[in-house]
Design a protein around this ligand. Structure first.
Ligand code: 48F
Length: 253
C-alpha cells in the first residue's frame, strides 16, 4: 500500500478541480434543496457552476424533514421536479405527495454532480467581490474550519459572473451586500412567521436578481423580501432553485 500515492491522488485531483473552479459562470452558495436544484439545472445546460457548502454534509434543512421525521411533502409542481430528478414520491392525499428526505438529498446531490456541477463542502463564503461598476464579480471563500476556529487566516477569491444566494434562512450573501454596499442597494427585510401556503408561493415569486450579479433562491429569497417561512413543505424550494437557474440562463441568452 503506497500512502504517498493515496495522498497525491487526493490532493492533485482536488487541486485540479479547485483551480479550474476559480473562474466560474455561476457560484451557488449553500447546498440545501434550492442550491442543489439550481446547480443541477445550470450544469445540465452546460454552465460552469460550482456549489460551496459550509458544512460537511450537503442537503441543508432537507435531511431532517419535519422535526426530524425524515420525510418531505411537496405539491403537484414540486413533484414534477422530483420526477425530473428521479426522486421517488407517492401521493398522500389529493395534491400532496410524500418523499423520503434521505433519498431526496442523496439523489439530488448525485444528479447535480453527474450533470457536471462541482460541489465543494467544508467551505464558507465570507465575503463578495464588488468592483466600481456596482455589480458582484465573485465570492470570497475560506475553509469552514478556519471560520469555526476563528483562526486569523486570509480567504481566497472565486470569480463568478453570477452568484446565487441559497444560504437558507440566514440569507448570508444578501446580508453581506447589505452591510458592505449599504441599505440603499438592498435591504434584507427578514422572514415572516410560518404560513405554508403564502410562503410556498412567494418563495418562487421572490426568486430573482436582487443586486447586479446576485440572485436569491430558496428560503434566502423569502428572508430578503420579507415573506413567511413554510416549514417542511419543500416544493417551493425546488421550484425556486429551478427558477434561479432559469434567471441565469436567460441572462446568458
Ligand atoms: O437551509 P437550507 O436547506 O436552504 P434552502 O435550500 O431550503 C430551506 C429548507 O431547508 C427549509 C425550509 C423548507 O420549507 O424552510 O429550511 O433555502 O440550506 C442552506 C445551506 O447553505 C449553507 C448551510 O450550511 C446550508 O446547508 N450555508 C449557509 N451560509 C453559508 C452556507 C455560507 N456563508 N457559505 C457556505 N454555505
Amino acid at each position: 500500500m503506497d500512502e504517498v500515492l493515496i495522498s497525491k491522488a487526493i490532493t492533485e485531483s482536488y487541486m485540479k478541480d479547485f483551480i479550474d473552479s476559480m473562474v466560474l459562470d455561476a457560484a451557488v452558495v449553500g447546498g440545501g434543496p434550492a442550491g442543489l436544484v439550481a446547480a443541477y439545472h445550470l450544469a445540465k445546460e452546460g454552465v460552469k457552476v460550482a456549489l460551496f457548502e459550509r458544512k460537511l454534509s450537503i442537503g441543508g434543512g432537507m435531511w431532517g424533514g419535519g422535526m426530524m421525521f425524515n420525510r418531505i411533502v411537496v405539491q403537484e409542481a414540486g413533484k414534477e421536479i422530483l420526477d425530473e430528478l428521479d426522486v421517488g414520491c407517492r401521493m398522500y392525499e389529493d395534491g400532496y405527495y410524500i418523499a423520503d428526505a434521505i433519498e431526496a438529498v442523496s439523489t439530488m446531490t448525485s444528479r447535480a454532480v453527474k450533470a457536471g456541477a462541482r460541489i465543494f463542502n467544508l467551505i464558507s463564503v465570507e465575503d463578495i467581490v464588488i468592483r466600481d461598476d456596482d455589480r458582484i464579480h465573485g465570492i470570497v471563500i475560506n475553509w469552514s474550519a478556519v471560520e469555526l476556529s476563528k483562526l486569523h487566516v486570509d480567504p481566497m477569491t472565486v470569480i463568478a459572473n453570477t452568484v446565487i444566494d441559497a444560504t437558507g434562512h440566514a440569507a448570508e450573501v444578501a446580508r453581506i451586500v447589505e452591510r458592505k454596499v449599504g441599505r440603499g442597494a438592498i435591504a434584507v427585510k427578514g422572514e415572516q412567521s410560518m404560513w405554508a401556503e403564502v410562503g410556498e408561493a412567494s418563495v418562487v415569486e421572490n426568486t430573482r436578481e436582487i443586486y447586479p450579479g446576485l440572485i436569491v433562491a430558496g428560503m434566502a429569497a423569502n428572508a430578503v423580501l420579507g415573506s413567511p417561512r413554510m416549514g417542511p413543505v419543500f416544493g417551493g424550494m425546488l421550484l425556486s432553485g429551478k427558477k434561479a437557474a432559469e434567471v441565469v440562463l436567460a441572462r446568458r441568452a
